[in-house]
Ligand binder design. Structure first.
Ligand code: GAR
Length: 201
């Protein structure tokens, strides 16, 4: 049976689209059942709707705390019997409680070779440091920001004439490849998480 997947977004949604496209394949082990955005301006919402995926907007301003906000998300996801959550450019930090409730079930994509460059402006910081290589990482989400067992990483060389935009573009191409592949490996059970490590099953 296909795993039921929800995607959390905050903006453009290009990684979300890569996941939706992959999931259109009959052999893909996951079905995208919902896209939730915490921003009503997220252009990814229109893309999801174009593919016929249900969407929901949940705004922080309608809740008294991050805990209440995440409890609401958790209820929506439980009601839909979601098995796996993908955070795809979701720029709100998840509460420890939420991460605990969905332990080993949240997959994030981050535009750096973690543990390097956690947080924001990853490409700018890599360029400022004169790094010669960067890339992207998919990982299981643990309570600490941009941390947790790594599923896949893909790297790219930083060239002399690269700027933040060219680097972001190069890395994004890799993101669109490894995110669907990572979800496939987890949803199919090819990879499992044991003792905080991702292992071949
Ligand atoms: C992507 O590059 C993603 O890796 C990054 O935001 C971008 C979202 O683009 N995520 C983070 O920085 C989270 N720490 P998208 O909306 O087109 O997928």
């Amino acid at each position: 049976m296909k795993k039921r997947v929800a995607i959390l977004i905050s903006g453009r949604g290009s990684n979300m689209e890569a996941l939706i496209k992959a999931a259109q394949n009959d052999d893909y082990p996951a079905k995208i059942v919902l896209v939730i955005s915490n921003k009503d301006s997220a252009t990814g919402l229109e893309i999801a709707e174009k593919y016929g995926i249900n969407t929901k907007i949940v705004l922080r301003k309608n809740f008294t705390s991050d805990l209440d906000f995440d409890d609401h998300l958790s209820n929506i996801l439980s009601q839909l019997q979601v098995d796996i959550i993908c955070t795809a450019g979701y720029m709100k930090i998840l509460t420890k409680k939420f991460v605990g409730e969905w332990m080993n079930k949240i997959i994030n994509i981050h535009p750096s070779l973690l543990p390097s460059y956690k947080g924001l402006n990853t490409h700018r910081r890599a360029l400022q440091d004169g790094a010669s290589i960067t890339g992207c990482t998919t990982h299981i989400v643990s309570a600490e920001l941009d941390s947790g067992p790594i599923i896949m990483q893909e790297s790219v060389l930083i060239e002399k004439d690269d700027d933040e935009d060219t680097l972001a573009e190069k890395v994004l191409k890799l993101e669109h490849r490894i995110f669907p592949e990572s979800l496939q490996k987890i949803a199919s059970g090819k990879l499992i998480i044991k003792d905080n490590i991702v292992l071949e099953n």
